[in-house]
Design a binder for this molecule. Structure first.
Ligand SMILES: Nc1ncnc2c1ncn2[C@@H]1O[C@H](COP(=O)(O)OP(=O)(O)O)[C@@H](O)[C@H]1O
Ligand SMILES: [Mg+2]
Length: 444
């Protein structure tokens, strides 16, 4: 079996069980044997460290690869993480140069080689008595943690690594996002001339799994902004005043990380219908949110607010007034082209023999993005099972989708059953005109 096939099979296995750290390490080590796959190997080792910060194998590998990729500060910080492991978990061998978990001393030799030559810069600075050097190493260590996701209070701040181009289809939504957020940034003069300011919120609505969160994250990537996402139910607190405090803290945190996209999910949690069920304190929380939103445009800070809901009809009407979430964009199930793009996206790193993507796209009307992702994983699992039984690895074929297709029903249909009623009987100000058209066109 050629290396490429083994790698493809391991990648496929990993796609089917993304949390399997030992599989990840196995693949990472395999990839690290060649020079050209170092980046992917490094990414894998790092992702293992994220969940198992004391995984020695992963630390050693990451250290080695960081060095190879010319990131000596990061290599050093992995080294210092390794050094800081308690003696038992380091294995008696580490300091004595003996075998390490039966891996042979090769890894260690490489490691000590590596630390000896360790991109000397930071080290020699330390030797020269440069007091800032240890700080820098500590800084590098910190960066390790901050690079992907950091927690600020109860809020996760992410670097988005997806862009609008990664979002399959959804042309209308992308156009609206560009018009609302990208264009004003790129043409501030023009916008001033028309008296439009950046800011103001946009509300995405639609059935679950069709890409609301995904496109918001892609917008953050496109803007080069941090992505901060929160579900409103995470803010609701039974203690009086506590929800308001948390909401304020959320906006403050987001400002601190600007430029940032603040994505508020489950906006309907503040809706009147729900609020009647809860305490009357909900009113003050709505007001707090309005205050926070109103304060955004003022000093022209780079904070972009997007909200999302699966139940737009439950969103408090005060939140939908001009200047708030007045712009509403529907995120529908992907059309046939978009489904093709989404399928390709999810099959990108999998071993492929021959797949009729267009054919599958045509058979998956009303499938959500999440349904399609599930379909691809089911097909991979099917092939993997066969490979384990036969010991033969082969690429995915169209046939492998037959059973998963039979077993997967589009998850968006129940949503349209509900939506149809609101679109027909509660279409105030025509906000669901577009939805009605979609429903009629697709005979839902
Ligand atoms: N247009 C799309 N292009 C690529 N992948 C998509 C798209 N829409 C959805 N997906 C996939 O489906 C998953 C679920 O989408 P998500 O944004 O969480 O849905 P929502 O927030 O609307 O419930 C995403 O993580 C992504 O993998
Ligand atoms: Mg979502």
């Amino acid at each position: 079996m050629s290396n490429d096939i083994v790698i493809a099979a391991l990648e496929a296995g990993l796609a089917a069980s993304p949390d399997n750290t030992s599989l990840k390490m196995h693949l990472a080590k395999f990839l690290a044997e060649g020079e050209d796959k170092s980046e992917r190997a490094f990414e894998l080792a790092q992702s293992v460290i994220m969940v198992e910060p004391t995984n020695q194998d992963a630390l050693i590998l990451a250290c080695k690869l960081a060095e190879r990729l010319g990131q000596s500060e990061i290599a050093l910080s992995y080294q210092s993480l390794l050094d800081s492991l308690p003696a038992e978990s380091q294995g008696a061998g580490l300091s004595e140069g003996q075998d390490l978990k039966g891996q042979g001393s090769k890894e260690q030799e490489k490691l000590s080689e590596l630390t000896a030559s360790s991109g000397g810069e930071a080290k020699s600075q330390a030797q020269q008595g440069d007091k800032s050097a240890p700080e820098r190493v500590r800084g590098a260590k910190l960066r390790l943690v901050t690079e992907e996701k950091i927690a600020d209070g109860f809020v996760d701040v992410e670097d988005s690594n997806i862009y609008l181009d990664d979002v399959g289809g959804m042309e209308e939504v992308k156009k609206r996002l560009k018009l609302s957020f990208l264009a004003p940034l790129q043409n501030p003069e023009l916008m001033k001339a028309y008296g439009k300011s950046v800011g103001g919120g946009l509300l995405l609505f639609g059935p679950p799994g069709c890409g609301k969160t995904f496109v918001a994250r892609a917008l953050a990537g496109e803007l080069g902004a941090k992505f901060i996402s929160i579900g409103l139910t995470d803010i609701l607190d039974m203690y009086i005043g506590e929800s308001e405090r948390k909401l304020h803290e959320l906006f403050e945190n987001a400002r601190r990380h600007a430029p940032a996209v603040l994505f508020i999910d489950e906006l309907d949690a503040l809706g009147q219908k729900r609020s009647q069920l809860r305490s009357s304190g909900m009113r003050t929380l709505v007001n707090q949110l309005l205050t926070e939103l109103d304060s955004i445009g003022q000093d022209n800070e780079n904070l972009f607010v997007l909200a999302a809901t699966n139940h737009p009809w439950d969103v408090d009407s005060a939140l939908r007034r001009p200047g708030r979430f007045d712009r509403v964009v529907a995120v529908y199930p992907p059309d046939v082209e978009a489904r093709g793009a989404i399928l390709s996206h999810h099959l990108k790193n999998k071993p492929i023999d021959k797949i009729d993507i267009d054919g599958i796209a045509r058979k998956t009307n009303m499938f959500s993005g999440a349904d399609l992702a599930h379909l691809c994983n089911a097909a991979v699992e099917y092939v993997l099972e066969e490979a384990i039984e036969s010991g033969q690895v082969r690429g995915l074929r169209t046939d492998d989708f037959v059973t998963p297709l039979k077993e997967t029903k589009p998850s968006t249909l129940p949503w349209f059953d509900t939506a149809r009623n609101y679109a027909m009987f509660a279409n105030e100000n025509g906000i669901y005109d577009d939805l009605l058209e979609f429903i009629n066109k697709n005979k839902l």
